[in-house]
Ligand binder design. Structure first.
Ligand code: URA
Length: 223
């Protein structure tokens, strides 16, 4: 059943709910990471997004700007999205933890447990139908530490909860360190995975898979 276009009232209601959540969580000193961060990075995108991407936590540029995925990894994520004809504006992008871990270290289990409820609330409000988990930290947040490692389950879809499908994807930072584009390379695998994600996304929204051809958005190609 194709998606019904949300009304202006519905969009305003969702934005108000998200703003309320942001306001309630932004006030610092609820958790340890708040003490060292510059800005709280809540997340951004369409309040009616059916597709959400979740990364690990803000890096330096995100910490300074208060926006997710705007540094080098974010610029590559934009290219990854463009490569399959998805715009950043139509999806919702956020992280497991909302404050930068010092020195970009991996967030601890305790930090993820403290911040995780914010992400769960965002998901409750937004009700995405597909979530792209970017990297091991995000994948494990949703699927638990016993899930296969990202290199084993890259591109795979997992039923998560409330009918939401989760796709395990490489983190863009990993792709920045692995620039080859040959068949079988991490970038190539990411492109195949994104094409399947786009196919499911189109099916969900329109009831049909869009043909894989360059459209008005330009030539689709590996980033
Ligand atoms: N890496 C992440 O996981 N998230 C960001 O927002 C930026 C870099």
């Amino acid at each position: 059943m194709p998606d019904v276009r949300p009304s202006e009232e519905e969009i305003a209601r969702l934005n108000a709910e998200l703003d309320g959540l942001r306001g309630a969580c932004e006030t610092p000193m609820r958790c340890k990471l708040c003490r060292t961060r510059t800005k709280f990075v809540f997340g951004e995108g369409s309040p009616t997004a059916r597709l959400m991407f979740v990364g690990e936590g803000p890096g330096e540029q995100e910490d300074l700007s208060g926006r997710p995925f705007v540094g080098p990894a974010g610029q590559l994520l934009d290219k990854v999205l463009q490569s399959v004809g998805i715009t950043r504006e139509e999806v919702y992008i956020t992280n497991v933890v909302k404050c930068r871990p010092p020195g970009n270290r991996t967030p601890t289990d305790e930090e993820m447990a403290e911040c995780g409820p914010i992400l769960m609330e965002q998901i409750r409000i937004l009700k995405p139908r597909l979530i792209g988990a970017l990297g091991n930290v995000a994948k494990n947040f949703f699927l638990g530490k016993t899930a296969p490692g990202i290199t084993r389950c890259m591109g795979q879809f997992f039923p998560w909860k409330d009918g939401i499908e989760l796709q395990a994807l490489y983190h863009p930072s990993f792709l920045l360190r692995n620039q080859q584009r040959t068949v079988g390379s991490p970038k190539w695998q990411m492109w195949q995975a994104m094409k399947e994600l786009k196919r499911r996304y189109d099916m969900m929204r329109t009831g049909e898979a869009a043909p894989e051809s360059p459209g008005s958005k330009g030539q689709l190609s590996l980033f």
